[in-house]
Design a protein. Structure first.
Lengths: 457, 122, 518
């Protein structure tokens, strides 16, 4: 048992010190009925590294790896190239095997990193303050709604129809239990988002309006009018971003007047990982809202010798002090993913992020032009960053996607998967293009899509 | 006239307005104050209900309204300098002013001597 | 006395001899291998990048809808060598399990096997998309399914919800399932009972789910007061949240009796599984009447803590609560294929309370945890619990002659030993002992938790420490404790040898500076 350093001699010596005859004497408080007489049956016994590796590799081999095929999936999770140094840094034991920095004197590495991370996120989002991260974008979205209800003392949230449906589901699940009212909608299949319709849904009871940018169909539009309309009614604007790379090319939500900006940070450093762990980003534009924020915050201070140092701060918002009055029950953040994000962002810098964004957009434009030439296919979006919606001329997108997978192409995310049972959305396909996409990949998708559409009734 | 509560608040009554803060003893128990969350002007608060929150690094404590009334003013200096609660708790570190809805409620509070005696028993 | 350290350094050496103090002032502020590191924003440049990408062509056509970001973002970059050095230097200001003993009670800082890391990085797990066609990710779905099977077997529970992202999220999952179950039978209840020794997440979770929280007192021996709990049960009580083993490090021996009483009153039993590592393979919570329990994969099953996450908090559920489990969950069809039950599977989803997160849970943690379970097997996991409990009792009995152990007479502890600071003198407290241990090269124990013990010190050694490592810790812990008992003034300024001395947390909170300005 390679992870257990005690020898039987050690165990005997320790039992002698304790004054127990056997280790079972230490479990005397377990009621008789619940004591097991041996290892739990129906599970295998311990195994060597080699045997375990064989087992896990066999499972891994049953999956179609994104990097091995033309790959166009997005819808809240994007495949980007992660520089090699990111993974070596996050695997340093001092980061990997550290705990939450409750003892700041010996956790300055994590704390300084978090301070830098908070600064990066705040600037990316055009905000004053970002927290040290939350679980993922969808839970951050709910936390933003919950925070808006605290700030405005209102209980109604208006969700844009073009908010990621899984995010909307998370918000609705939670609101059911907190008694908040959620007004949601389905996305309208239009070239541009219907902001006037959204604005018309904001009223004096509205705590916040939640808008995704770029939205679930990949569309982008100026949200300034939404911010103005929300503010005029005393509501907050919550902007959700699922692709941080986009903000290297397009205006930040903060610049457009968003009060709370949340999002998924997975694109940078973290990888696809079949949906988790990911990285929830959370920021506020106005520093006066800081005390209503959920999650951990790292702040600058000095030590007893006057040297600069960092600590977790404003903890009185949190569950371990406020208990049932806390701003959230969140205990952890997504520390190692925040580190991966921050290292990747450091490698990119202002210049690299802008170049990365430009390259994503260039390839997405190429893909949109090529795919528009496939008979029966139309590009819905007027404007987009690296993801857009294809209309498949009445063909069912889910079947096309499955057929494409059989042809060795992961061709996108069908809206049918995201909005099951909604007929109006069955024929739409979301296609994401990043710097990892080659022009050959685009050509291959175009050809297979053409073939698939022909053969699908 | 100054009154005290067993929750370690003081109330200074001048005419029909009461000024409220926490006592020297309370600030000593709380340690370094880092933030005071004050009620909104215009809020109606009942005696004994949460009126403010005073925070140190590791604790958040509720401050209850010693009497029923409407908040007429909050101490703007506390936002900039919460340490005033430590340095001048019964003076510049006051929390808020409120109307006195029921003068009779004051009768249930302690005067300075009563509060001193109360402290000695703790 | 023998030097506890075999390196040649001796405790009787003066500070100057040992080279820590009294040396020359350096021009860099560095002291040998103790290296200072500026902030990223002080060394990075806007025009420098560590990634080679095509230059931006300002003339390239765009379809950004007139929303191009024209203002500077305010980010800075470093080349790869600078990046690696920046973070390597930062890392050296951190304490981690890899460096030394990390007895942080209730957090279970056990060794993180590197095979877990290797397996999680297999492209077949790391490079697959959550919305990929399910036929293309059968192996991933099978990992989730297998891990769920292990969790059910180990806990003796019939069902598991895999999507919760962390322990507190798992608590929320369990509490929402309880609320959904009551709602489904038209039995609205308002109160959740939580022992006063509970983790703060318990009351926060119950409140977040819309419940009113009421405390249950503890007995003098450190367990739930069963009589008080039973007296409070009634038609308004939705359930209880009890940590077992509890936060005082004791097994709640009346758990079954409590569970039966709660069930008889129409409530449900939530067990906080934060301390499952003490009983894994030895006791199945399902045999104790649990309805829901989260399992912190980052504690019991060794996925890394990563400086504060990501965690993972699957929740095992009883027959009564299983129908309300969140979406999505995994099923196996007649042909042996795995599939996700999501919003669209209207019949199969049943009365599920809905979705808690965008995708399917912490896959990267699932692969690590499954790797760990396979490595240990049923026999190894049982040994894990036994060694963890043995180590904790060894520390308890090696310290209690000089350090107040409030529940030392309550029988054996489980995986953690609890002490208090009531005998310290000269104003010294638990905090000072914690900081003194930093100077001795240890990460301190959990301090001031649980709240029921004055100046609590909660020591959790875990099973992955050798006897020699634990003995050395005991030597140091006793030495620092004696200083606290004697009232050593110097302890109030500890730590002396860490990258930073005590930090001004009051100043940080009064004038929050939460981002670099400049």
């Amino acid at each position: 048992m390679r992870y257990l350093p005690l020898t039987d001699t050690d165990r005997q010596a320790m039992l002698a010190k304790i004054g127990a005859a056997s280790v079972d004497d230490l479990f005397v408080d377990v009621p008789e009925v619940a004591r097991l007489d041996g290892p739990i049956r129906g599970l295998p016994m311990h195994a060597s590294e080699m045997a375990v590796e064989r087992h896990m590799k066999a499972l891994a081999a049953k999956n179609l790896v994104a990097g091995e095929v033309p790959f166009f999936l997005g819808a809240g999770a994007y495949r980007h190239h992660v520089p090699a140094s990111v993974d070596t840094i996050i695997q340093r034991g001092e980061f990997l095997t550290a705990y939450t920095p409750y003892q700041p004197e010996i956790a300055q590495g994590t704390l300084q990193m978090l301070f830098e991370f908070q600064t990066q996120v705040a600037r990316l989002y055009g905000c004053a303050v970002a927290n040290a991260s939350l679980y993922d974008g969808s839970t951050a979205c709910w936390e933003a709604v919950a925070m808006a209800t605290r700030v405005t003392k209102r209980k109604r949230a208006v969700l844009s129809g073009a908010l990621h449906p899984h995010y909307a589901q998370v918000v609705k699940t939670m609101a059911h239990f907190t008694g908040d009212e959620i007004a949601d909608a389905l996305p309208a299949i239009t070239a541009e988002p219907d902001l006037d319709g959204l604005i018309a849904r904001i009223d004096e009871e509205t705590a916040c309006v939640v808008v995704q940018y770029p939205d679930i169909l990949g569309r982008i539009s100026d949200l300034t009018p939404v911010a103005e309309a929300a503010h005029a009614k005393g509501a907050l604007l919550v902007v959700v971003n699922t692709e941080p790379v986009a903000l290297g090319a397009i205006m930040s939500p903060g610049e457009m007047g968003a009060d709370i900006v949340v999002g998924e940070g997975q694109s940078l450093g973290v990888g696809l990982q079949f949906g988790g762990p990911y990285l929830g980003l959370f920021a506020v534009r106005d520093p006066k809202h800081v005390r209503q924020m959920p999650g951990r915050l790292c702040g600058e201070t000095t030590d007893a010798e006057g040297k600069r140092g960092f600590v977790l701060t404003l903890s009185t918002r949190e569950q371990h002090i406020r208990r049932e009055k806390a701003t959230s029950n969140i205990c952890t953040n997504s520390g190692l993913c925040a580190l991966a994000f921050s290292v990747h962002m450091t490698l990119l810098g202002e210049r690299g992020l802008r170049e990365l964004a430009a390259e994503n957009h260039r390839l997405a434009c190429l893909a949109a032009d090529r795919l528009a030439k496939v008979p029966g296919v139309e590009v819905l979006n007027t404007a987009f960053f690296n993801e857009f919606t294809l209309m498949l001329g009445g063909k069912p997108a889910r079947e096309i996607i499955r057929d494409l997978a059989d042809r060795g192409v992961l061709g996108g995310v069908s809206l049918g998967r995201l909005y099951p049972g909604v007929e109006a959305l069955e024929h739409a396909l979301l296609v994401a293009v990043t710097e990892t996409t080659t022009e050959d990949d685009i050509e291959r998708l175009a050809q297979e899509l053409e073939a698939s559409i022909k053969e699908t009734v | 006239m100054r009154y005290y509560t067993d929750e370690h608040e003081w109330i200074e009554v001048e005419g029909d307005i009461a000024t409220v803060g926490i006592t020297e003893y309370a600030q000593g128990q709380l340690g370094d104050i880092v933030f005071v969350e004050l009620p909104e002007v215009g809020a109606l608060i009942e005696q004994g209900k949460d009126a403010a929150v005073v925070e140190s690094v590791k604790a958040a404590s509720d401050v209850y309204a010693p009497i029923t009334g409407e908040i007429t003013e909050v101490n703007p200096a506390l936002e900039e300098d919460p340490a005033l609660v430590n340095s001048a708790p019964e003076d510049g570190g006051w929390f808020f002013k409120m109307t006195i809805a029921d003068v009779g409620e004051l009768d249930g509070l302690m005067d300075e001597d009563g509060y001193k005696a109360f402290l000695e028993e703790l | 006395m023998n030097a506890p350290n075999k390196s040649g350094w001796k405790p009787e050496m003066s500070l100057a001899e040992s080279g820590f103090l009294g040396g020359p002032v350096t021009t860099t502020g560095n002291r040998g291998l103790m290296l200072e590191e500026p902030l990223l924003f002080e060394i990075g440049r806007a025009d420098v990048t560590g990634v080679d990408l095509p230059d931006v062509d300002p003339a390239a056509p765009t379809r950004l809808g007139g929303l191009a970001r024209s203002e500077a973002i305010g980010l800075v970059g470093l080349t790869e060598p600078e990046t690696v050095r920046h973070y390597t230097r930062l890392s050296r200001q951190n304490y981690g399990i890899d460096l030394g003993f990390f007895p942080l009670g209730s957090c279970t800082m056990k060794h993180n096997p590197r095979l877990n890391e290797k397996m999680a990085r297999l492209p077949g797990f790391a490079d697959i998309h959550p919305l990929a066609p399910q036929s293309s990710v059968q192996g991933a779905l099978e990992v989730v399914h297998q891990l769920g099977h292990w969790l059910c077997k180990l806990t003796g529970m019939p069902a598991v919800a895999m999507s919760p992202k962390a322990g507190a999220h798992g608590e929320l999952c369990g509490i929402l399932a309880i609320r959904a179950a009551h709602e489904a039978r038209g039995d609205a209840r308002e109160v959740v009972l939580v022992p006063e020794s509970a983790h703060g997440t318990n009351p926060a979770t119950a409140a977040f789910a819309g419940y009113r929280v009421e405390d249950i007192p503890a007995t003098p021996e450190g367990r739930v007061d069963v009589a008080a709990l039973k007296a409070r049960l009634g038609p308004d009580v939705a359930g209880v949240m009890i940590t077992n083993p509890n936060t005082c490090g004791l097994f709640e021996k009346d758990f079954r009796e409590i569970a039966d009483a709660v069930h008889a009153a129409g409530g449900y039993v939530y067990c906080d599984g934060a301390n499952f590592n003490a009983i894994v393979g030895k006791v199945r919570p399902g045999d104790l009447g649990v309805d829901a329990m989260h399992i912190n994969l980052h504690k019991t099953f060794s996925t890394p803590h990563g400086g504060g996450g990501p965690g993972s908090g699957p929740v095992v559920l009883s027959e009564a609560l299983a129908p309300y489990a969140p979406l999505p969950f995994i099923r196996k069809d007649a042909e042996g294929s795995f599939y996700l039950v999501e919003e669209e599977n209207r019949e199969e989803r049943g009365p599920s309370f809905g979705r808690m997160t965008a995708f399917h849970g912490q896959m990267g943690m699932f692969t690590r945890a499954l790797t760990y379970m396979l490595s240990h097997g049923a026999d190894g996991l049982k040994q894990v619990a036994e060694d963890a409990v043995l180590n904790a009792n060894y520390i308890l009995r090696s310290m209690e002659d000089i350090l107040h152990a409030p529940f030392g007479a309550s029988g054996p502890c489980m995986h953690e030993a609890l002490f208090g600071d009531k005998d310290f003198t000269n104003g010294l407290s638990t905090l000072d002992v914690a900081k003194g241990l930093i100077d001795e090269g240890y990460h301190p124990m959990t301090v001031y938790f649980p709240l029921v013990v004055h100046g609590a010190m909660l020591v959790e050694p875990t099973e992955t420490e050798s006897k020699a490592a634990i003995d050395q810790f005991i030597t140091a812990f006793r030495a620092v404790t004696e200083r606290a008992l004697e009232g050593d003034e110097a302890l109030k300024q500890a730590p002396y040898y860490s990258p930073r001395r005590r930090l001004d947390e009051t100043g940080a909170a009064r004038k929050p500076k939460l981002a670099y300005e400049g």
